[in-house]
Design a protein around this ligand. Structure first.
Ligand code: CA
Length: 227
C-alpha cells in the first residue's frame, strides 16, 4: 500500500483528500501543522507527501527544506493561484511538483502518481543512458543527438539544458535551477536566455517547434521534458 502524508490545515479539503485517496487504496496520514508533519515524515516514512504551503505554524517552504535534509520522498505542493513566486521557491527548496488551488481531484491524482513513479527511480541521471522518442534519440553517455540517421549538433549550452530536462522526465524544472546550473549564479534572473535557447532546442528536436511535444514551457515557472 502506498502511504501518503497529507499536510493541510483546511479540514474540509483534508476530508475530501482522505476519501478520494482511500477509495484508490492509498494509506493516508494527515497533519494540520508543519511541526506534526515533520514528526510524521520522520517516523512514518511516507511514500509521497502532499503539502499545503500556507500552514499555521511553520512556512511550508521550511517544511520542504527540513524534509530534504534526510529524505528524497516525492513532495507535491498545494498552492494558491496568486503565489507563483512561492511555487518557484518551493521547487527550488526541493518540491517535485505543484497543483494550484482550486484543483480537480483527477488532476491531483495524476500528479501524485507521476511523483510516485519518479520517486521509484533511485537516481535518474545515473540510470538513464539512452532516451528515444518518436522524433529523436539522445545518447547521454556519448553525448550525441540524432534524428533518424542524421546527427543533430548541439552547442554545449543547448546540450547542458537538454541533459538536465531529459534526466528529470515529467518533472518541472524551475527557471532559476536551469539558469543556476547552466549559466551560474550571476545569471539567475536572465530568463530571456532560457527562452532563446529553448527555442533553438525545439527547432533542432521538435517536429513542430511552435507546438512542442517534448520540451514543454510552464509559463513563469520553468520547463518540463515529456518523454
Ligand atoms: Ca492553508
Amino acid at each position: 500500500m502506498i502511504k501518503v502524508l497529507v499536510v493541510e490545515d483546511d479540514a474540509q479539503l483534508v476530508r475530501a483528500l482522505r476519501i478520494n485517496l482511500e477509495a484508490r487504496k492509498f494509506e493516508v496520514e494527515t497533519a494540520s501543522e508543519g511541526s506534526k508533519a515533520l514528526n510524521l515524515a520522520a517516523a512514518g516514512k511516507p511514500d509521497v507527501i502532499v503539502l499545503d504551503l500556507g500552514l499555521p505554524d511553520i512556512d511550508g517552504i521550511d517544511v520542504i527544506t527540513a524534509v530534504r535534509e534526510s529524505s528524497r520522498v516525492p513532495i507535491l505542493v498545494l498552492s494558491a493561484r496568486h503565489t507563483s513566486e512561492e511555487k518557484i521557491r518551493a521547487l527550488d527548496a526541493g518540491a517535485d511538483d505543484y497543483v494550484t488551488k482550486p484543483f480537480s481531484m483527477d488532476e491531483l491524482l495524476a500528479r501524485l502518481r507521476a511523483a510516485i513513479r519518479r520517486g521509484e527511480i533511485p537516481a535518474p541521471s545515473k540510470e538513464i543512458s539512452m532516451v528515444t522518442t518518436d522524433d529523436f534519440t539522445v545518447d547521454l553517455v556519448a553525448k550525441k543527438v540524432s534524428r533518424g540517421d542524421r546527427r543533430v549538433r548541439l552547442t554545449p549550452t543547448e546540450w547542458h539544458l537538454l541533459e538536465i530536462l531529459i534526466t528529470n522526465p515529467g518533472r518541472l524544472v524551475s527557471q532559476r535551477k536551469l539558469l543556476l546550473d547552466v549559466w551560474g549564479p550571476t545569471y539567475s534572473e536572465h530568463t530571456n536566455y532560457l527562452r532563446v535557447y529553448m527555442a533553438q532546442l525545439r527547432r533542432k528536436l521538435e517536429a513542430d517547434p511552435s507546438h512542442p511535444r517534448y520540451l514543454i514551457t510552464e509559463p513563469g515557472m520553468g520547463y518540463r521534458y515529456e518523454g
